[in-house]
Design a protein around this ligand. Structure first.
Ligand SMILES: [Zn+2]
Length: 67
């Protein structure tokens, strides 16, 4: 789900992953600085979820292919 810029409402191709890695971003259209202020506990949970996905991928890598 692309998030629109809060200032110029241009749809930005920001993923949750990108925001978590770059909580402070600049809109390429209006140069507004967006501070998503990602909560540390949410960041931790997200990283944990990513790790779980990697574990599942490894577990099933022999019988299924993930893109
Ligand atoms: Zn903008």
């Amino acid at each position: 789900m692309p998030l629109p810029c809060p200032s110029c409402t241009t749809p930005l191709d920001l993923t949750l992953e990108f925001i978590l890695k770059n909580p402070v971003s600049v809109c390429p259209h209006c140069q507004t600085v967006m501070n998503f202020n990602v909560d540390k506990s949410i960041q931790k949970e997200y990283n944990q979820a990513l790790q779980n996905i990697e574990d599942v991928k490894k577990k099933y890598s022999k019988i299924a292919k993930f893109k």
